[in-house]
Design a protein around this ligand. Sequence first.
Ligand code: FES
Length: 120
Amino acid sequence: MPTITLPDGRTLDAPEGKRLVLALEDAGVDILHRCGGYAKCTTCRVSFSSGEPARMTVAERNRLADGGLIGQVRLSCQIPCDHDMTLKTVNRLTGTDYSDVGSRPEDSITPTPQWVDRPT
Ligand code: FES
């Protein structure tokens, strides 16, 4: 079972293949996902210290490229938990004007993923 390590040293055991955004949220981590996990809003972004996935979905690549975010953050709604990762969340509900974090993403990655290598 992959282990997710957070900046405060807390570790989460994430079920194999679970969407990272859901693994974080279900463990009580305050993380936004305003578009419901469709690689549109970038509010689910995370920053990796180690274990950044070598592949990404085309939807994630395109959205990060549009926002000038390639190489800076990743979208946790587009990442399956399939290896150990050390990361921090970036956008939290706490401190925003939003009334909620966004609708719950589906269990499977949406839109249907097409995989590409992570741009360098
Ligand atoms: S980009 Fe909107 S929830 Fe991930």
